[in-house]
Design a binder for this molecule. Structure first.
Ligand SMILES: O=P(O)(O)OC[C@@H](O)[C@H]1O[C@@H](OP(=O)(O)O)[C@@H](O)[C@@H](O)[C@@H]1O
Ligand SMILES: [Mg+2]
Ligand SMILES: [Zn+2]
Length: 179
């Protein structure tokens, strides 16, 4: 049976983003409807994974223990709604380190697809930044833009051909669960 896998960007898709980075669990605040959306998708048989740039680690704004605490918070909130979060992959590197995992490079998408042994082709990757969409396009996945976080600003840029656009994660969940 084909695994129903959905990959999400984190900041600006699941939780509020900030130009000052999300530096603590207290600053990590879910966007309206995002926890419920993930739980509903999970309960409908979807595996929901996360691919997130976290250059704040390289910049020294917060440490790995804090990042893990944010992700434990995400997991517990979704669990409270009866759902679960799959693999969370992050890039802790800075823009100048030349790593393979920092979006718009597709390394994190490739890692997640390999973990679940699924094809990246047409796999939906949901993000709010152009780099998210470009990462998806690079591996023939389906770029999906949400208008939350930096999404409205990203809308003004030249998007990869075929990018799907939704208001928020709740709208994506409704689309995937009911179609
Ligand atoms: O949206 P995801 O990938 O989950 O995470 C984005 C964050 O890592 C941060 O990425 C930074 O970009 P730089 O890494 O400084 O280019 C800035 O855009 C911050 O506002 C943002 O919080
Ligand atoms: Mg983002
Ligand atoms: Zn990296």
């Amino acid at each position: 049976m084909l695994l129903k896998l959905l990959i999400l960007d984190r900041d600006g898709v699941i939780n509020y983003d900030s130009d000052a980075y999300i530096k603590s669990v207290e600053e990590w605040i879910p966007l309206p409807g995002s926890i419920e959306a993930i739980a509903q998708l999970s309960k409908a048989g979807w595996t929901v994974a996360v691919a997130t740039n976290q250059s704040g680690i390289a910049r020294g704004y917060y440490d790995l223990a804090t990042l893990d605490a944010m992700h434990e918070r995400l997991r517990s909130l979704v669990a409270e709604q009866g759902g679960e979060v799959g693999l969370i992959v992050y890039c802790p590197h800075g823009p100048d380190e030349g790593c393979d995992c920092r979006k718009p490079k597709p390394g994190m998408l490739q890692s997640i697809a390999a973990h679940y042994n699924v094809s990246l082709t047409n796999l939906w990757f949901v993000g709010d930044s152009l780099g998210d969409l470009e990462a998806a396009k690079a591996v023939d996945s389906q770029p999906v833009l949400v208008k939350t976080g930096k999404g409205e600003k990203t809308l003004g840029k030249t998007l990869p051909v075929g990018t799907l656009i939704f208001d928020d994660l709740a709208a994506i969940a409704a689309e995937l669960i009911h179609n």
